[in-house]
Design a protein around this ligand. Structure first.
Ligand SMILES: C[S@@+](CC[C@H](N)C(=O)[O-])C[C@H]1O[C@@H](n2cnc3c(N)ncnc32)[C@H](O)[C@@H]1O
Length: 621
């Protein structure tokens, strides 16, 4: 696992810290190792001479059997076999295999705390032939190929790792080295120590696993890594369920563990992969599924990098430590894929609609607060006069807003960089979209054009027929002028709902559909963000369905699509404790980024939906 994006930081600290400041240097050496292997020639920099310095022996506890013992310190490190096996067990006794794990007390407790652990691996369907074979592929070494057509979402393989190892080996951080050693020498000493550790780990594997491990590819044969450690660095895939505490200023990735696999580690990279992986805690295995339909004979690929929508040059830089130049369809046609990726990135940013529930006064800000919504976001809404106290907008704020009203230009696009942008956008949408739209809608109503408006809305949404039944229209017409009192907190009248629907379509559904189309064109149907966007469209149509029953069809269609996508990952069950821990950490660090698959966001939408339901009788829907 290599992390170049921190190279600059490392270099700075590299100079700043002296060798005596051990823990800092040792933390960094993991990064230096990563960055060195990405600079030209880094993979071939050779072994560093450490003179006659003899590294202290590392004492490693091996805990092969005792799985009942859990009273370890969080940061106690040892080798553990998972799922535990009695002495003398062979692979023919346990065809599901087992893993040699170098883990902390905290991680062991996490592994064993999973309900049902260890479940057996799902048995493959004997009536269908195995979907893959591993063969030599020109220019890439070995690779995995489909032996029959594989459908989108189909489970290709579940596999327990041969080895589980932390991304950053914290054990090393406590070791001390004499001051005369340079950083490069300390790093080499650590690499030597790591290789020794790897020897102990591989020794614990059954013979067949040892052989399989040693046969895996090694793209670090000449950068000072020993052969077993080089294999680990080439082949491990992140396991997100077990993790170590975050270190301020360092990426989340170094808190994780990685798994090295006999078969899955044979899968080559593509920036536009056709498979995706997810860890399943109860079976202690990685699930591999097709994220696109795969034809018989086609290579099965995964992405080794997290952000496939980065430009080609950036992706190639991230992949440099693996020692190959990617030739996937995106890398081969950057002139087509880069502009598309750029567009996708824009569309993936949180949309202004995420704060519209408050802008439209549908959500009591106190609820947003209670749901743990980002404080800055609430403040940004409050700068619009929408999130203070129980009233939706103070008179003072309304005045301020009116004063500002003439400034803004046309409605903003869906892209926002940060909370400040959101605040600005919200302000602009308030000034340029909502208020004029409300005015227009009022005029339309006065002119008796309500029905036309609703059908044009329906047409814009691309559904057949009118969106509002004749009966509803009549009811609405009858209601017109009558009940101007707010049907929900801050909702002045039925016009708001029309406007809301318009906003949902313009700011949420349309840009998201554009994003989905681009993702599909780029073959990103297994990416996390594809799921995010599916959910966004679903949320949009769900809101619309509240306005018009005919939108149900669309909502159902997108619900089905979203569920199908979720199967790619959700069939793999993750350890609950991790989600809880993450939530805890998020609220601690007051993470400013609002992600639309956040639980909080869903609660927010639920809350808004409830309020809209409460309004339905007034709409006659
Ligand atoms: C995890 S291994 C994949 C399996 C490997 N090809 C083998 O022979 O076992 C990663 C290594 O495979 C090779 N590789 C992976 N994806 C590749 C690609 N798209 N083009 C060329 N080589 C690739 C690189 O040498 C890389 O370091």
């Amino acid at each position: 696992m290599d992390f170049t994006h921190h190279a600059l930081k490392i270099r700075k600290l590299h100079i700043k810290f002296k060798c005596s400041e051990k823990s800092q240097i040792d933390i960094l050496s993991d990064f230096i190792l990563g960055s060195n292997s990405r600079i030209p020639g880094g993979l071939k920099r050779g072994k560093v001479d450490v003179g006659d310095f003899k590294a202290p022996e590392i004492e490693i506890q091996v805990q092969a059997i005792d799985n009942t013992k859990l009273d370890y310190a969080d940061d106690e490190w040892f080798v553990s076999i998972q799922p535990a096996q009695s002495p003398g067990t062979t692979l023919s006794d346990v065809p599901d295999n087992w893993s040699v794990c170098y883990i902390s007390g905290r991680a062991k407790r996490a592994i064993l705390s999973v309900p049902g652990f260890p479940e057996p691996l799902p048995r493959s369907d004997c009536s269908r032939p195995q979907q893959y074979k591993i063969i030599e592929t020109p220019g890439k070494g070995m690779g995995m190929f489909a032996t029959r057509d594989i459908e989108y979402g189909e489970l290709i393989l579940t596999e327990r790792p041969l080895l589980v190892f932390p991304v950053a080996d914290r054990y090393m951080w406590n070791l001390t080295y004499p001051e005369h050693l340079t950083i490069d020498q300390i790093q080499q000493v650590q690499l030597n120590q790591k290789e020794k550790l790897m020897e102990t780990l591989v020794d614990q594997m059954p013979k067949e696993n040892q052989e399989a491990y040693k046969k895996l590819a090694n793209c670090h044969p000449e950068d000072g890594s020993g052969p077993l450690h080089g294999i680990l660095r080439t082949n491990d895939f992140c396991i997100r369920d077990y993790y170590e505490p975050k270190i301020p200023g360092y990426p989340e990735a170094i808190t994780l563990y990685g798994g090295t696999f006999k078969d899955i580690s044979r899968i080559n990279h593509s920036c536009r992969p056709n498979a995706c992986r997810a860890w399943d805690s109860p079976t202690f295995s990685l699930h591999l599924r097709a994220s696109r339909p795969i034809k018989k004979g086609q290579e099965i690929t995964l992405s080794y990098i997290s952000d496939g929508v980065d430009p080609t040059v950036e992706r190639q830089r991230q992949l440099a430590s693996y020692g190959f130049t990617c030739t996937c369809e995106a890398c081969s046609n950057p002139e087509i894929s880069d502009p598309r990726s750029k567009q996708i990135k824009e569309l993936l940013k949180p949309t202004v609609f995420m704060i519209n529930p408050m802008m439209l006064g549908l959500l009591d800000p106190a609820v947003g607060n209670g749901l743990g919504m980002d404080k800055a976001l609430l403040e940004s809404s409050s700068s619009l006069g929408m999130a203070s106290g129980t009233t939706q907008m103070s008179e003072e704020k309304k005045m301020k807003k009116k004063k500002k009203k003439k400034k803004g230009k046309g409605p903003p696009g869906p892209g926002v960089e940060n909370v400040d942008d959101m605040s600005n956008m919200a302000e602009q949408v308030g000034q340029n979209t909502i208020e004029p739209a409300l005015k227009d809608l009022k005029l339309s109503e006065e002119e008796g054009l309500t029905g036309e408006l609703s059908s044009s809305l329906g047409m814009a949404l691309g559904t057949s027929g009118t969106q509002m039944s004749e009966e509803t229209k009549k009811k609405k017409k009858k209601g017109k002028g009558k009940g101007k009192g707010p049907p929900g907190p801050g909702v002045e009248n039925v016009d708001d709902i029309f406007n809301m629907a318009k906003q949902v379509r313009q700011n949420m559904i349309e840009p998201t559909l554009r994003g989905l189309k681009l993702l599909e064109e780029e073959g990103f149907t297994g990416a996390i963000w594809y799921g995010d966007l599916l959910e966004r469209v679903l949320n949009g149509y769900t809101m619309m369905a509240l306005y018009s029953r005919e939108m149900d069809r669309e909502a159902i269609k997108w619900y089905q699509k979203s569920e199908k996508y979720k199967k790619l990952f959700k069939s793999a069950r993750n350890a609950k404790w991790r989600e809880e821990k993450e939530r805890e950490e998020r609220s601690k660090t007051k993470d400013k980024e609002m992600s639309n698959d956040d639980e909080e966001y869903k609660k927010l939408v639920d809350e808004m939906n409830k309020k809209m339901f409460a309004m339905q009788p007034r709409l006659g829907a």
